[in-house]
Write a protein that binds this ligand. Structure first.
Ligand code: F6R
Length: 364
């Protein structure tokens, strides 16, 4: 049941801290604080190339994970939506592997892309939330997200659980490949283990997100901007807003805005940016300043370190806990999902059962 919550989505949003914690505990040895090596059909140390695929939000998890596998593990990684990958006929590297991410484990496009890659000699791993699902049966190995049943059609807690699994794998692969030293690994693992605590704090302070929701509820279009590993999270914010509030939204790479979408900007188009402090902060902040100079209404999600610079031109700055840039995408997923939820509630849509959508998409 929903307990004291109005919708399953609200209940599931509040389960973020618990499911991130449960998923991390599944992969991180509590005694050594090292990421345990999961049973895999390949050796990460010698893997030539990794494919990542899924659909919708799960694809955005793959997109985020690609930054981690590339930067931390120095592993060549490709990423595409399953509905395209299945028809791409890409050249496949001998000994390569693919990982498919899915909440339901039943998504037809994933199963078709898996079949194509299997035919090309790739080993297959699925990251799923439903044990004994079809994808799990069709894979050489299955890694579980520990999110529990997700009822709301819009994915929330499964998303952060998937990110948690991928972050653990990236650390494990980084060690196997000799791409990270012990001190850095310990620092990043510690940052990961602190995410549930920060997530809980964010959920306690959701009044500010409700204020942002009230501000954008009547918008016809919303732009979400992010850079680096926050770019897929910007796309997640846009996807969720489209799905449950029926507002047209686009997630864009912050630096790409000047190549087109900046033409759309006026006071009627809120620009929501994910801009935590870190090595990419200055670049994103200057993209936002350009949008503000063209009359854009900037709503920025940042941390206390990034806030002062953004307050000079943003109409609203929402401060989230400051974390290592490695885990920032996991944490920033929560406010953008919460925002979509509150906008949908204000608009009175059918939050848990949005029109035209199904929880598991078992047809092409
Ligand atoms: C997003 C959403 C969809 C799913 C997609 C994949 O909120 O619900 O985009 O993420 O249909 O579904 P699974 O993860 O079951 O493969």
């Amino acid at each position: 049941g929903k307990g004291n919550y109005r919708h399953f989505m609200e209940k599931e949003l509040h389960e973020h801290p618990a499911v991130i914690g449960d998923t991390l505990r599944q992969y991180i040895d509590p005694a050594t604080r090292a990421v345990a090596r999961p049973a895999l059909p390949f050796d990460p140390a010698t893997l030539p190339r990794l494919w990542l695929s899924g659909c919708g939000s799960a694809f955005l998890v793959c997109n985020t994970a690609r930054y981690w596998f590339e930067t931390l593990a120095r592993l060549p990684t490709d990423c595409d939506v399953a509905s395209e990958l299945r028809y791409r006929d890409p050249p496949l590297t001998e000994g390569g592997a693919a990982m498919f991410v899915s909440q339901s484990g039943e998504t037809a496009d994933n199963l078709a892309a898996m079949k194509m890659l299997r035919g090309g000699g790739q080993s297959l791993v699925s990251v799923v939330n439903v044990p004994e699902s079809t994808m799990s049966r069709e894979s050489d190995a299955t890694l579980m997200t520990v999110a529990g049943p997700e009822i709301s059609v819009a994915s929330t807690k499964a998303f952060t659980a998937q990110l948690s699994v991928m972050a653990c794998l990236a650390l494990n692969f980084a060690r196997s490949r000799g791409a990270i030293d012990a001190a850095e690994e310990a620092r990043l693992t510690a940052a990961l283990l602190e995410v549930p605590e920060h997530a809980a704090k964010l959920l306690d302070a959701s009044a500010e997100i409700e204020a942002v929701a009230a501000e954008i509820r009547d918008a016809r279009d919303v732009l979400f901007l992010g850079r680096g590993s926050l770019f897929p999270i910007a796309m997640e914010g846009a996807l969720k807003l489209k799905e449950i509030s029926y507002i047209h939204a686009e997630g864009y790479a912050a630096g790409e805005m000047k190549h087109g979408p900046i033409a759309l900007i006026d006071a009627a188009v809120p620009v929501i940016s994910l801009c935590p402090s870190g090595p990419l902060f200055e670049k994103t902040a200057s993209n936002l300043q350009e949008a503000a100079a063209r009359g854009g209404r900037i709503i920025a999600f940042t941390d206390e370190e990034g806030a002062p610079a953004l307050r000079r031109f943003a109409s609203r700055v929402v401060v989230v806990p400051k974390v290592d840039p490695f885990v920032a995408p996991i944490l920033h997923a929560i406010p953008v999902q919460l925002l979509a939820y509150h906008v949908a509630v204000l608009k009175g849509t059918d939050v848990d059962q949005p029109r035209n959508l199904a929880k598991a998409v078992t047809v092409e």
